[in-house]
Design a protein around this ligand. Structure first.
Ligand code: CO
Length: 151
């Protein structure tokens, strides 16, 4: 298990657009393994590669239903709207109500380069949108309608 440092808001790396993953090699597998360990260690439901300083299109998600690894993900369908609370491991202690699609369908690749498709509603849809946004340098605050007070 290898934990990586989670980069916090204010670091310009979080505002950069990531390049596609082209090599599905042991280096990618180590990155995904470390991202998984780092996410679980921080009690997060998702983590994107730029949050550990890697500007490549890769993310991990686990909303409590098992690990999802996505490489080069793309939202191919979305519908509806939801207004729920959201936070980010890169913005500790900050939460807000975001506007997100109620449902999304995402196509991408797994760690070996095989095509994969995921569909999600509610929390999974939020997590997919949130993490894919990170790959384009966008933080959840861009979708917040109301920041919530925290102690
Ligand atoms: Co985040």
């Amino acid at each position: 298990m290898a934990l990586r440092n989670i980069i916090k808001e204010g670091d310009p790396v979080l505002n950069k657009k990531c390049r596609p993953v082209e090599k599905f090699d042991s280096r990618l597998h180590m990155l995904l393994d470390d991202m998984r360990d780092t996410m679980y260690n921080a009690d997060g439901v998702g983590l994107a590669a730029p949050q550990v300083g890697i500007l490549r299109r890769a993310l991990v998600i686990d909303i409590g239903e098992g690990l999802i690894e996505l490489v080069n993900p793309k939202i191919v369908m979305k519908s509806g709207e939801q207004h729920e609370q959201e936070g980010c491991l890169s913005c500790p202690g900050e939460y807000g109500i975001t506007v997100r699609p109620k449902y999304v369908k995402v196509k991408g690749q797994d760690r070996f380069g095989n095509d994969v498709t995921y569909e999600g509603s509610d929390l999974l849809a939020r997590a997919l949108c949130h993490e894919i946004d990170h790959l384009d340098g966008v933080l959840f605050k861009a979708h917040v309608t109301e920041m919530l007070q925290t102690e």
